[in-house]
Design a binder for this molecule. Structure first.
Ligand code: SF4
Ligand code: SF4
Length: 97
């Protein structure tokens, strides 16, 4: 299982700072396909839940609790790492908001 970031994400960046396995990555700001959200790598997430309470807009859910209207975001988080930019060398403060 994994946790999932949904379209509720406002790119605050707080989740990145608490993830113990560094599996939350910002979609590059300005990228028309991937720049809207931060994304969680489902292959690396250990389901610790640390990111959930620090997210101001409450955008992060365990996969099994993702609201129906955001269900497509489950596949989008995974696709970011298989079809999108994936991991990259970024400056968190530049990527916030
Ligand atoms: S803390 Fe929430 S709003 Fe901020 S980047 Fe993470 S998921 Fe997005
Ligand atoms: S649940 Fe834990 S391991 Fe998974 S993204 Fe959130 S902080 Fe990282």
């Amino acid at each position: 299982m994994t946790h999932v970031i949904t379209l509720l994400c406002t790119r605050e960046g707080d989740c990145v700072e608490v993830c113990p396995v560094d599996c939350i990555i910002p979609g590059p700001k300005g990228d028309p396909d991937w720049g809207v959200l931060f994304w969680i790598d489902p292959d690396t997430c250990i389901d610790c839940g640390a990111c959930v309470p620090v997210c101001p807009p409450e955008a992060i859910f365990p996969e099994e609790d993702v609201p129906a209207e955001y269900e497509a975001d489950i596949a989008r988080n995974a696709a970011y790492f298989t079809e999108g930019p994936g991991y990259w060398d970024y400056d968190l403060d530049e990527q916030r908001h």
